[in-house]
Design a protein around this ligand. Structure first.
Ligand code: SF4
Ligand code: SF4
Length: 433
């Protein structure tokens, strides 16, 4: 796909031009025309759940420097029937008199190719698009799209179905479903010279979409910097990393500890996680209001943000073939590293004073016990390396006298065994602590 020659590039990302070709005036409103194609409406739910920024903030015009948005949405608008579709018609006919953005959720069916002019897979309203003819023939979403997209400030695909075709375009589908990019073609540019913007995910993170919309409008108002996109039109700052790099279970992967069943706390690669090769930010961003996200909630990654989803990641119950190699290496390497780390952790879990006295002065410490010979041996060499070329704190600790008032209750002859017994009764037996 050819790119706008005036676009800037940094770190492989493609920025919109520094100066927008037009500028939205401070008192001007921007219309957002939402269309539903072949989808489940999950993307609209994600949009409604976005919190930073939230849908309402656009509509109230309370986002500093960002024009107020007039949202036209089949589910959320208060109007219905012709009152709802009339602004769409005005925009399609070039009579709106205000800038607008087209958003599609769901994929685009191949119904323009149907033999009957009246056939459709996905429709919105009835009676004609350029002008109302009074007929009751449903208006195809595909027709709304090709009439609205050329005049739009920008055209945005919300979710994986709109971005890449998604589940409705999976092998065996009878609708010929495709992505918005496929439908409009590689030469498509909006009236502001912007190719299709894709915010994938099934369902996408709502904040990813609203943040991209905010960045776009900030730039269009002549205030914000140009947003950057990758070579497939994804917001570059959101989709530049694999989900694995920021996964809360990545430490388990590195130490070679893997889940055997869903719900286990460890890395999920052996039960089907594709995270190491999937571009997604859900574990940093959270699913809704910075909470949740697949691995945070215990789910393996099935690659739902990727153009190859779902067919290239199926069957979802099988581990990715590459995981046998990377997971196997990680088990050997990570297993050794993990054991060494446990030894260091044991040492760090003891005051130097406890090492000198060779006891942990707490009734909780029954499970800790005195240090084993192996632990002492490992700690000796570890400290040698740690303090090599600097002050050897290990030796300084050893010379430190034990505090005189240590174990004061015993020294004063105060009977404290009663409280220990109470502790024993009320809590777990020592062996289990
Ligand atoms: S659960 Fe998946 S994304 Fe997380 S560390 Fe394991 S392989 Fe990587
Ligand atoms: S972690 Fe994987 S399955 Fe979850 S949202 Fe991201 S791409 Fe989709």
């Amino acid at each position: 796909m050819a790119h706008n020659s005036s676009a800037g590039r940094s770190n492989g990302a493609i920025a919109l031009p520094e100066r927008a070709p037009n500028r939205i005036a401070p008192d001007e409103n921007v219309h957002v025309f939402w269309l539903n194609g072949m989808g489940c409406e999950g993307c609209s739910i994600s949009f409604a759940g976005a919190s930073n920024p939230a849908m309402e903030q656009f509509q109230w015009g309370t986002l500093p420097g960002i024009p107020k948005v007039i949202l036209h949405h089949p589910m959320f608008s208060e109007h219905s029937g012709d009152a709802f579709t009339e602004p769409y018609r005005q925009a399609a006919a070039g009579r709106l008199g205000a800038p607008y953005i087209v958003v599609l959720d769901g994929s685009v069916p191949d119904d323009e190719a149907l033999p009957s002019a009246e056939g459709y897979f996905s429709a919105m309203g009835a009676g004609g698009i350029s002008s109302h003819t009074g007929s009751d023939r449903p208006d195809r979403v595909t027709e709304w799209l090709y009439r609205l997209a050329p005049g739009a400030l920008a055209t945005m695909a919300m979710g994986t179905c709109a971005s890449w075709g998604g589940i409705p375009a999976a092998a065996g589908n009878i609708t010929g479903s495709m992505s918005l990019m496929d439908f409009l073609g590689g030469n498509y540019r909006s009236s502001w010279n912007i190719p299709v913007i894709n915010v994938p995910g099934c369902a996408p993170v709502g904040d990813n979409f609203t943040e991209t919309l905010a960045g776009l409008l900030h730039w269009a108002a002549g205030i914000g910097p140009p947003p950057e996109f990758d070579e497939l039109g994804r917001p570059a700052w959101q989709f530049g990393e694999t989900v694995h790099r920021h996964c809360p279970k990545a430490g388990y992967y590195e130490e070679g500890v893997f889940a055997e069943a869903p719900g286990d706390n460890m890395c999920l690669v052996e039960i089907g996680c594709w995270g190491p090769v999937v571009q997604c930010n859900i574990v940093e961003r959270g699913a809704v209001n910075h909470m949740g996200g697949c691995m945070v909630a215990g789910g393996a990654c099935i690659g739902c943000t990727m153009p190859g989803f779902p067919d290239k990641y199926a069957p979802f119950h099988k581990p990715p073939p590459g995981s046998a190699i990377s997971g196997g290496i990680s088990k050997v390497y990570g297993g050794a590293i993990r054991r060494l780390r446990r030894m260091s952790m044991k040492t760090g879990n003891r005051e130097p004073l406890w090492d000198n006295a060779d006891e942990v002065p707490s009734a909780w410490a029954g499970a800790v016990g005195p240090r084993s010979g192996t632990d002492r041996f490992a700690a000796y060499f570890y400290k040698k390396l740690q303090y090599n070329g600097t002050v050897h704190h290990g030796n300084r600790y050893k010379k430190q006298p034990l505090p005189k008032s240590r174990d004061i209750l015993t020294q004063k002859g105060i009977d404290h065994t009663q409280s220990v017994d109470v502790l024993r009764e009320r809590s777990l037996p020592r062996e289990e602590i």
